[in-house]
Design a protein around this ligand. Sequence first.
Ligand code: SAM
Length: 358
Amino acid sequence: MRKTATTPPATGQRIPAQPGPRGVPLGMLVPPAQTAVEDVMAGTVSADTGEQAGHGAVIPGAGPATRPGERATVRLRDVGPDDPPRYAPEWLELREGADAVARAPELLDPLRIRLANLPGKSGVVIHDLGCGTGSMGRWLAPRLDGAQHWILHDRDPYLLHFAAVASPRAAADGSRVTVETRRGDVARLTPDALVGASLVTASALLDVLTREEVDALVTACVGAGCPALLTLSVAGRVELTPAHPMDAEIADAFNAHQRRDGLLGPDAVTVTCEAFAAHGATVRVHPSAWRLGPDDLALTAEWLRGWVGAAVEERPELKERADRYLRDRLAACAAGELTVLVHHSDLLALARPTGGAS
Ligand SMILES: C[S@@+](CC[C@H](N)C(=O)[O-])C[C@H]1O[C@@H](n2cnc3c(N)ncnc32)[C@H](O)[C@@H]1O
């Protein structure tokens, strides 16, 4: 198990300006230098450089790219038709504030109690799966006491770079927080990869996984005997105010799009709860909705484009009406006359400790 990066004290909490999809031709983009990238979970090494920009990709929860760089939610680069979609750091940054407000603090006390009861007091080791640019750590690290070592996992080395440079620095009580990154696929996560783990976290991940990937994640957590805080999974329900006759049709098409190719989409929380329960873990679920209003115009507009775009990709026959719908919705949003409730769920699973946690 080699590390991809161990960060020195971070220079700040914001994701710094990087070569990105705005202002740079996407075909010119290369990931940050990967000097020691090892796929810890999958056991393979990849140089991953010089890829070309992608067209027409859809990120679950976002929409299709009609032109490269047109929207922040689109795939940045393609490496081939079978490669997974990639998330733009701009999209993850745009949603980070709403995510932070939405996360369920109610799950933190039971988690703190579990962490406080761990044997040994030398600090905790937290694995964040599908970390993206690291927003989970920036939210959670300052809410937990004591020294923390975060191991940030993602299959995208480009996002791991952002996560490393904008990592959290201090715990709630001022204790040191350190970070390393590991490239790998959740599907290949094993209990061995979690040896010594005190906690597994994930954010906005479960709904973009398949049942097999969730099973791998759950089996690894239970095998390692560590708790899991798995947040911001889409619930498949949105409420727009004022209502529009097409809302339900778009929502249904979007949910169908989320379930394509075996992805769990809105079924993710139920499937994950059942998987943990089957292993004897205790599971708590708490709502964590985005509440978007006039203060969130950029995020709301971007979410709307993605939501409608994915719906149209799923049901092309909607296109003409959906275009009009989107135009009307974006106008209402720009006028500060639209509020959107996007329902999510946070889940805390407490597996029986195995005695191996740090
Ligand atoms: C919606 S983003 C969420 C990122 C971050 N957790 C956040 O809340 O901002 C999903 C992330 O999971 C990663 N991901 C998706 N499927 C994965 C898999 N099978 N293995 C590893 N990472 C995966 C993506 O690369 C992406 O960074």
